[in-house]
Design a protein around this ligand. Structure first.
Ligand code: B12
Length: 347
């Protein structure tokens, strides 16, 4: 049946059905000879199950996730009744389709395909699947990072152009942006994230911010091409528990080594990205992150916790002397009320 008929049967607008198809891969139409999308009994059943779950207060996104997961498990999400294959189900088994959707290399290939065609809708559908069927951490590490490696390779080989690369970056940045809406919430530790002057590759930094946010951090994101004096004033203003600076080029750090070293004496500075070389680390004398960005979130959290405990112990002893930046920020000692007034205990 065509989408209009499906819409009439289930009482949902074609606009919503298309959105559920592209965003949640809820519908899997075949194509007629004339190129029209044709929907089957399975599509109708999934929509009805989503509607039923929505009536129970479940969001459309979560409902779609449950329906597809239940399908994989061979049960109907809304009813708990075993899903009997309908007579018109001559398509590949849903299990196989679902497994394919879960396969990161396949998702990367589909994403590359979609961005090569500059197909916004299709690219969103693949990203939806990537983020729906796995943790955000896995979507970043297993899909986005390899995807950008491939984008770089295809760009270098001339198989895609700058338009495709910009399109891919914009698409992913918007997705990460949606996941960053909670960066200001809570009372967790504060991280300032930036790239040094001249550095525009900030997608992994932004992804890292998303993972930090999920771990309870508040993120102050300055992003690409940040002048070092601006970074310093942002740090003075927010008194972060961690400053993370990412650059692909060592010169991004080395050109500002003196200021960054001074910054690290006040706030714990962590540098990341391919520009992080032993020489840079020696010159600045700070810590480094990478390449495992999931482990890095835990590392930063543990360091902030240790630092907090040290600050609390120092406050208890009435210490007034400054300690090394990586352990305790001098601001923590200024006055009891100033001491980490913007963060909750990490313990
Ligand atoms: C998207 C992209 C862009 C976008 C960036 C958009 C954005 N907002 O991020 C834009 C269009 C801005 C861009 C511009 C340029 N780009 Co570019 N770009 C890329 C591309 C395709 C992906 C970049 C990316 O996000 N990589 C992320 C991962 C895949 O890379 P990674 O560095 O290995 O990161 C790992 C670790 O280092 C670590 N990590 C990295 N950052 C961080 C941060 C934190 C906090 C942590 C914890 C860990 C961490 O985690 C990752 C996983 O382990 C790469 C291809 C590639 N392979 O990277 C080219 C690439 C980096 N660009 C390249 C080039 C040449 C350029 C330009 C010079 C092009 C031009 N002529 O203008 C400019 C330079 C701009 C500048 N001065 O910064 C080259 C660099 C070649 C080289 N030898 O250095 C690459 C490799 C493409 C290529 N194959 O030619 N680019």
């Amino acid at each position: 049946m065509r989408i209009g008929e499906l819409a009439a049967r289930v009482g949902v607008s074609t606009h919503v059905l298309r959105a559920w198809e592209s965003r949640y891969a809820l519908l899997t139409p075949t194509r007629s000879q004339g190129g029209y999308r044709l929907y089957g009994a399975d599509d109708e059943r999934r929509v009805r199950e989503v509607l039923s779950l929505r009536d129970q207060g479940v969001s459309a996104m979560e409902a779609a996730r449950q329906v597809l997961a239940a399908e994989r498990a061979g049960t109907a999400a809304a009813t708990g009744v075993a899903a009997e294959p309908g007579p018109d189900e001559a398509r590949p088994p849903q299990d196989a389709e679902a497994r394919l959707r879960l396969d990161p290399p396949l998702l990367v290939a589909q994403l590359l395909d979609a961005i090569t065609a500059l197909d916004e809708d299709r690219a969103h559908a693949v990203l939806d699947t990537a983020f729906l069927d796995r943790s955000v951490e896995s979507a970043v590490v297993d899909v986005l990072v390899p995807f950008f490696v491939r984008v770089g390779e295809m760009w270098e080989l001339g198989r895609i152009g700058i338009a495709q690369e910009h399109f891919a970056s914009s698409l992913v940045r918007r997705r990460l942006g949606a996941l960053s809406m909670t960066w200001g919430l809570g009372t967790g530790p504060v991280a300032v994230l930036a790239c040094p002057p001249g550095e525009f590759h900030d997608i992994i930094l932004m992804s890292f911010g998303v993972l930090l946010g999920r771990a309870g951090w508040r993120v102050r994101y300055l992003g690409e091409d940040t002048p070092v004096p601006s970074l310093v004033s942002a740090c003075r203003l927010t008194k972060p528990d961690a400053v993370v600076l990412a650059s692909r080029r060592p010169s991004g750090f080395r050109s500002h080594a003196r200021q960054l070293k001074a910054l690290h004496e006040q706030f714990p500075l962590w540098i990341a990205g391919r520009g992080t070389t032993p020489r840079v680390l020696t010159e600045i004398g700070c810590n480094h992150l990478g390449p495992d960005i999931v482990a890095d979130v835990a590392l930063l959290t543990e360091a902030a916790r240790t630092r907090r405990r040290a600050a609390e112990a120092a406050a208890r002893q009435g210490a007034r002397t400054a300690a090394p930046a990586a352990a305790v920020h001098p601001a923590d000692h200024a006055t009891p009320s100033e001491a980490r007034s913007d963060s909750e205990p990490l313990a």
